[in-house]
Design a binder for this molecule. Structure first.
Ligand code: AMP
Length: 221
C-alpha cells in the first residue's frame, strides 16, 4: 500500500506517519527529515537546501524530487510506504504519479490532515525534536520526561530553525498558495480523504486506520 499524508505544517503528518508506519509495517518517507539529514551532513544537497528551509520556503522541486527518487530505489520500499511532506505542489504531485507509473504502481490513499491555524501555531511553536532519532515532543502537549532529553534514546532535543514564529507564518503562506491545486488534483482522481487533526493523535490515527481498512476491504478491480 502507498499512502500520502497531506496537510499544513503542524497538522501532525510526521507524528501520524511514524505511528502508522509502526502499525502497518510500511516504510515512512519524510522529505523534510531527508533534507534535514542532508543539511546536518553538509552534503551538496544540504548546502543548497538549507537557506530555503530556514526561510520557510520550498526547496526547488528538482532537488527534492531527485532525493525522493533515490529513496524510492531502496529495497524496503517494495512493501509500500507512507509519504510525508511530498508532494507539496501540483508539479510534484504529477511527478510522483509519473515516478510510480514507471514502476507500474500507483498511489492508493491520500489523507489530508486538516488543522486550524491556532492549533498549528501552538503545535509548531512548542515542538521539540530529537537530534538523533527524530522523535517529536512538545513543551506542553507532550513534554519529555527529562527536560530537553529524548525519552527514546536519551539524546538532546532542539527546536527546528523553521519552527520560529516568523518562519511558521511564512511556511503557512507558502502552503496555502500551493494547496488548492493539490487538493483538486487528488479529488479529481477520487483519492482524497479529509481527516480533522485538531483532535488528539490517537483519534486521528484511528480514523486513518479505518480508511486503510476500508480500502483493504474494498473489491479490487
Ligand atoms: P517538513 O519537515 O515537511 O515540515 O519540511 C521542512 C522543510 O523542508 C519545508 O519547509 C521545506 O523547506 C522543505 N521541504 C520538505 N519537503 C519538501 C518538498 N516536497 N518540496 C520542497 N521543499 C520541501
Amino acid at each position: 500500500m502507498r499512502i500520502v499524508l497531506l496537510g499544513p505544517p503542524g497538522a501532525g503528518k510526521g507524528t501520524q506517519a511514524k505511528v502508522l508506519a509502526q502499525a502497518t509495517h510500511l516504510s515512512h518517507i519524510s522529505t523534510g527529515d531527508l533534507l534535514r539529514q542532508n543539511v546536518a551532513g553538509n552534503t551538496q544537497l544540504g548546502i543548497r537546501a538549507k537557506d530555503f528551509m530556514n526561510k520557510g520556503m520550498l526547496v526547488p522541486d528538482e532537488l527534492v524530487t531527485q532525493m525522493l527518487i533515490e529513496r524510492l530505489k531502496q529495497p524496503d520500499i517494495q512493501k509500500g510506504f507512507i509519504l510525508d511532506g511530498y508532494p507539496r505542489n501540483l508539479a510534484q504531485a504529477k511527478t510522483l504519479d509519473g515516478i510510480l507509473n514507471s514502476l507500474d504502481a500507483a498511489m492508493d490513499l491520500v489523507v489530508y490532515l486538516d488543522a486550524s491555524e491556532p492549533v498549528i501555531i501552538q503545535r509548531l511553536g512548542g515542538r521539540l525534536v530529537c537530534k538523533s532519532c527524530g522523535a517529536n515532543f512538545h513543551v506542553t502537549n507532550m513534554p519529555p520526561k527529562r527536560e530537553m532529553i529524548c525519552d527514546n534514546c536519551s539524546c538532546g532535543l532542539y527546536q527546528r530553525d523553521d519552527d520560529k514564529e516568523e518562519t511558521i507564518k511564512k511556511r503557512l503562506l507558502v502552503y496555502q498558495s500551493e494547496v488548492a491545486g493539490l487538493i483538486s488534483y487528488y479529488q479529481q482522481r477520487h483519492k482524497l480523504h479529509h481527516v480533522s487533526s485538531d483532535e488528539g493523535p490517537q483519534i486521528v490515527l484511528d480514523k486513518i486506520m479505518q480508511l486503510i481498512k476500508e480500502l483493504d476491504d474494498s473489491p479490487k478491480v
